[in-house]
Design a protein around this ligand. Sequence first.
Ligand SMILES: NC(=O)c1ccc[n+]([C@@H]2O[C@H](COP(=O)([O-])OP(=O)(O)OC[C@H]3O[C@@H](n4cnc5c(N)ncnc54)[C@H](O)[C@@H]3O)[C@@H](O)[C@H]2O)c1
Length: 314
Amino acid sequence: MNFTPSVLSFILTAEAEVYGIPTKKPKFHQQVQPSPSPWSPWKVSENIVTCENNIIMQLFNRVAFVTGAAQGLGKAFSEALLNRGAKVCFTDIQVSKGKEVEKTYSDKYGQDRVLFLHCDVSSSASLANSFKDAVSKFGHIDLMVNNAGIADESRLRDMVNINLIGAIEGSMLAVEHMRKDKGGKGGVVINIASTAGLTGVYFVPSYCASKFGLVGFHLSWASNPYNSQMGLQFGCLCPAFTDTDILNQKEKQMLYFEDGQRITKHLGINRVEKVVQGFLQMVESENCNGDIITITAKEDIQYSRRASSKMSHL
Ligand SMILES: NC(=O)c1ccc[n+]([C@@H]2O[C@H](COP(=O)([O-])OP(=O)(O)OC[C@H]3O[C@@H](n4cnc5c(N)ncnc54)[C@H](O)[C@@H]3O)[C@@H](O)[C@H]2O)c1
């Protein structure tokens, strides 16, 4: 079917809005400049270490725990953190893949900085045990990244268990471990949601529901007036379609499969590197508490919400 340019533009705009891609500035959007780069000289503090190449790194020797990280975004986030001198425990249900990545990262960044553990985020016990093992190896956790996720409309209960309950339980383990009022060192919790957690998407309604739930959880914790005294920050990353295996859905995993495929094609697909860039912007910002960053192929990296309270500890 051929469309005139104006009709095509109307369709694309409508579809973009359906998928949550901001085509015009929504009311709550507060686009602000990202925090000053941690590389800038004024950021020097006791928490920031100068590395061999004279780059000032605030992630140096920080310890991260990343779920669902044997491949895709979690794997890329883990490598980005290692590359900045952090120590990373990355976890997944895919053990052989995870072990392979562990070998590669250990060879590149050092055995003492890398740990792969089996962790099924849909099991409270598995999450708690792997978190405990990571603390045993590294002493503590500074950064919790709840990334594990699936997109499969035919596995509703699994999807809610993994995408929502897994991320909530992961966050709560981190909160209990990190909170300064209970002897912790403070820390940052990043939840990986989606633009589908900000706007309804008719071809993946249950996925959307799980991600909306996660955004609600993030916003609630981010608004906690005691975060400052607990030394906690909550950030939320919302990528749109990104070039990972999660996009290789089968027909039964999506409603209106053809619409989904067509809309994905129209809206474009993020490169993983772009999402990693948004992730680093968040974890390296002076204060990410309350931030929601969206990453879309057309609009790039944007802050859709930004917290105003000042807090810095990473
Ligand atoms: N790629 C996208 O288009 C996109 C867009 C928005 C949000 N996201 C979100 O990004 C996150 C990462 O996804 P991705 O794109 O890298 O996809 P991916 O499929 O490549 O990676 C997901 C990882 O989660 C793991 N996993 C699945 N079930 C698990 C469980 N029960 N316990 C632990 N790990 C489990 C998988 O083994 C896999 O390694 C997900 O939360 C996803 O919803 C992805």
